[in-house]
Design a binder for this molecule. Structure first.
Ligand code: ATP
Length: 266
């Protein structure tokens, strides 16, 4: 009944430079993902398996997907993005089959990082009437258990609902490494603002330190949206001022100023 799903295998230029802050998360990922790929012999000499799966957890928009993609870019391996909810299929057996297909595809294209976004959709604790989840979790466990000896396949997953994940998935040999991806503090917001304002013509009245101090509670995604909104206000201001022909000619004069950021925040 269902069409064969296609899992897109990407390569990416995203790197850690595109991710503002999150130093601890980056360090953990470097050790868990890049080291096993780069120091293969050391792992072999010590008879040590690298961590099988890594779970990124934290509030929405804090950069979990971005980090997963960046680690693929940093290590130069393939990346497969799987949205958890898309794997859930009402036809009996289809969801487990989908999980199997993802891992088949990953094995065919290794070295590969597989990323399960919103993994709570498929990995919530079992025991309810959710037969589908029960079977999908079992399939995931089977795949993860079979993966231990394959350093060319790394499985990452992300969730906003850490407490909802089936504990069986969090044990050693499965998603054994748990990496928190928190809301950014002031210093991290400053770094994220730098990432997203790079190459943009900021007015002289813009002070990114000040902006970072004023955006308590903003996630990385919120900050990205803020910069985008302010840019749109700057465009609008010049466009309504003088009309298309002159506005285009004066494009190099456009500045995104404090006022535009204030409009964007209100
Ligand atoms: P969700 O839980 O909602 O899926 P997420 O944690 O996976 O969110 P992302 O999808 O990675 O968040 O973030 C959305 C966008 O917000 C990113 O593509 C990026 O542009 C921006 N962003 C988020 N966090 C950061 C960060 N730390 N540095 C730079 N940009 C960020």
């Amino acid at each position: 009944p269902s069409a064969m799903r296609e899992y897109v295998v990407e390569t990416t230029n995203t790197t850690f430079e595109d991710v503002g802050g999150l130093d601890e998360a980056k360090a953990t990922l470097r050790e868990s993902v890049i080291w096993p790929l780069s120091y293969e012999n050391l792992f072999e000499a010590t008879n040590t398996n690298p961590p099988t799966g890594i779970l990124l957890y934290g509030p929405p928009g804090t950069g979990k997907t971005l980090l997963a993609r960046a680690i693929a870019g940093e290590s130069g391996v393939n990346f497969i993005h799987v949205a958890g909810p898309e794997l859930i299929d009402k036809y009996v057996g289809e969801s487990e089959k989908a999980v199997r297909e993802v891992f088949d595809r990953a094995r065919q294209t290794a070295p590969t990082i597989v990323f399960f976004d919103e993994v709570d959709a498929i990995a919530a604790a079992r025991g309810g009437e959710q037969d589908v989840t029960e079977r999908v979790v079992s399939q995931l466990l089977t795949e993860l258990d079979g993966l231990a000896s394959n350093p060319n396949l790394v499985v990452l997953a992300a969730t906003n609902r850490y407490e909802a994940i089936d504990p069986a998935l969090l044990r050693p040999g499965r998603f054994e490494s748990h990496v928190e991806v928190p809301l950014p503090d002031e210093a991290a917001r400053r770094l994220i603002l730098s990432v997203h304002t790079e190459g943009k013509p900021l007015g002289e009245d813009i002070d990114l330190d000040e902006l970072a101090a004023e955006t308590e509670g903003y996630s990385g995604a919120d900050l990205e949206a803020l910069v985008r909104q302010a840019s749109l206000f700057a465009i609008r201001a010049l466009a309504t001022d003088v009309g298309p022909e002159e506005a285009n000619e004066r494009a190099d004069e456009i500045r995104i100023s404090r006022e535009h950021f204030e409009d964007a925040r209100s």
